[in-house]
Each structure stands twice: as C-alpha cells, then as structure tokens.
Design a protein around this ligand. Structure first.
Ligand code: ADP
Length: 309
C-alpha cells in the first residue's frame, strides 16, 4: 500500500464576478464545498489509479468532520485512515473571480493537532508500505517521525513541501523523492542561497538548485512548472523533461497533488521514471480540465482516454 500522512481539509469556494473588497458582501454565482486537503487529495488520486492506499488523516469533532467518512467510502479508502482529535476540523475558504484569480485562507484545525504518538501507533502500517507520502499540511515533528519509521523499515519516502517551509535537514535527509512546484523551487533557492528566478522557468537555474537538493538527501527531485510540464533530476543523469498535456485549463487547483499521486503510483509499482512522469502529467492535466479536485481526480479510464488523445 501507499501510506499517506495527513491532511483533511473541508474546502469551501465561492465563484464571484470579482474578489470582494474589505467590508463588502457580494452575491456568489456558485458555491462548492468539497472534502480536500493535500493528504486526502493524494490518497484519492492514488486510489483512483488502482493503488491500495493507507494513511493517517486527522479530523476534529465538529460538524465538518462528518464529511470525512462518506468521502473516504466514496473513494474506496479505508475508514481506518481517519484519526479523530478534539476541536475543529481543518477548513478552507476561497474566492475565484471571473478571470480565474483567487484568494483563500486555510485553517489547519485537527491537522495541526496530530502528533508523533499517533504516527508511532501506525508504525506497523508505515513499515509495511510500498511508499510513504507526506506534505507540509502536517507538522514537522509528525513528518520527521513518519519518515524515520519508514526509513528504518527500508520504505521509500516522498515529500511535497507544500505549503512551503524549509524542511529540516533531518526531514530532507530522509526524503527519497522530492516534488516541488515553481513557487517552492524559488523558495528553496532563496533558503539554500542558489538563485532561482521567480517562476523557476529557466531549466538552467534549476540544474544548480537540483544539485544542491540532491546533495542533502533526495535521490530524485521533480520540479513541476504548470503548463510548462515537469523536470526530473537525479545524480549522475541528465535532467528528464516531461511536457504538460495540452488541455483546456479551467481550474488549476489540485494539479500538483494529482501529479504527485500519479508519480507515486507509477514509481511504487516499479514503473520506469519516464513512464511514471507521463502518468503524473496526465493526472495533472485531468484535474485542471475540471472545477474542483475530489471529483476531478482521474481514474485509469480517464488517463487512458487522455493518453489515447
Ligand atoms: P501546483 O498545483 O503544485 O502549483 P503545477 O501547477 O506545477 O503544480 O502543476 C503540476 C502538474 O500538473 C504540471 O507539471 C503539469 O503536468 C500539470 N498541469 C498543471 N497545469 C496544467 C495546464 N494548464 N495544462 C496541462 N497540464 C497542467
């Protein structure tokens, strides 16, 4: 199984003509509430592709927590992934205007109250995993403990450091696969004193950054560049470029999570890197074609249809 470490966030988004100003209330054209969070997105994304998925998703004891179990059931994920802690469930609220511009705020809620003890209680499940995935909607102590257990058991690890903060040397040292987008690549560049221009568009700059990252632990660094596709870096190999699939992008939210889920499923199944990157890019493309994330995450039929053109 793939083991996905947290998060669960109920995402609320209003479609508006323009973003509201301070003190203003606007009529929204549409309102969408969907179960999300990077952890849930990765788990659902991997499950839809046919992978067996386990993990740890924290929910609170409020009314929003009730959305979690049905969402997992609908996605074919085990109910045992849910871990209830007192207090509010993670929740986000966002606005998207007619031009596709958006703003949002996310409250981590229960995700911030998951501790290393809960991770240790899942040590057997982590040790049995084919690959462990973490992202930064979980706390440093929780990610570090998960990766420590995984590495001790010889289980490969994948980190998507989003929302970005600089991973501790300990976490980076235990990361096998590092997946970052352009914003995160730029932030890494600043933190490591390797200049990467805003947007990271120049592959030449990414070579130097990737080398600095590979020296700190990971053996594979993947940088996603939106409609510019993705680049994969490994020590001793030339960079591998995966173009994006040409699709009509409606809502780019969740593209990175879909991509990461596809990459994880491919690599965990032992597929070669180029094939896994192609699957990842197909997953990203499928998600941007539709509004929302949960229902847009592709199954194998959707991927096959896209690949067939
Ligand atoms: P994030 O959502 O983390 O910002 P990106 O925007 O880099 O991540 O998107 C991740 C991947 O999803 C890209 O590498 C690409 O394969 C795919 N993708 C993103 N945007 C588009 C797009 N407009 N058209 C086609 N594929 C896209």
């Amino acid at each position: 199984a793939l083991f996905v470490l947290g998060s669960f966030v109920v995402a609320c988004s209003a479609t508006v003509e323009r973003l509201p100003r301070a003190g203003e209330s606007l009529r929204a054209q549409a309102f969408l509430v969907e179960p999300g969070g990077k952890g849930l997105n990765l788990a659902v994304g991997a499950r839809r592709l046919g992978a067996t998925v386990d993990g740890l998703l924290a929910i609170g004891d409020d009314v929003l927590a009730a959305l979690a179990a049905p969402a997992l059931a609908r996605a074919g994920l085990p109910a045992g992934m849910l871990h209830r802690v007192p207090g509010p469930t993670g929740a986000g609220i966002g606005f998207t205007d007619a031009a596709g511009e958006n703003c949002l705020a996310v409250h981590p809620g229960a995700n911030a109250r998951l501790g290393p003890a809960e991770v240790r209680a899942a040590a057997d499940r982590i040790g049995r995993a084919a690959l462990v995935l973490a992202q930064f909607e979980a706390g440093d102590d929780v990610v570090a403990e998960t990766f420590r257990i995984a590495r001790a058991a010889g289980v490969p690890t994948l980190l998507n450091p989003s929302p970005f903060r600089m991973p501790s040397p300990e976490i980076l040292g235990r990361t096998g696969i590092l997946v970052v987008n352009a914003v995160e690549a730029t932030a890494f560049g600043t933190a490591l004193d390797v200049p990467v221009p805003e947007g990271a568009a120049e592959p030449g700059h990414l070579d130097v950054l990737a080398e600095a990252l590979l020296a700190r632990g990971p053996d594979l660094v993947v940088v996603t560049l939106g409609a510019g596709g993705a680049l994969a870096f490994r020590t001793g190999h030339p960079a591998l470029a995966q173009p994006a699939f040409a699709v009509n992008a409606v809502d780019t939210l969740g593209a990175g999570d879909a991509f990461t889920a596809g990459l994880a499923v491919g690599l965990a199944a032992g597929r070669p890197l180029p094939e896994s990157l192609r699957l990842a890019a197909a997953c990203g493309a499928c998600v941007v074609r539709r509004k929302g994330v949960f229902d847009a995450l592709p199954d194998r039929a959707a991927i096959a249809a896209l690949l067939a053109g």
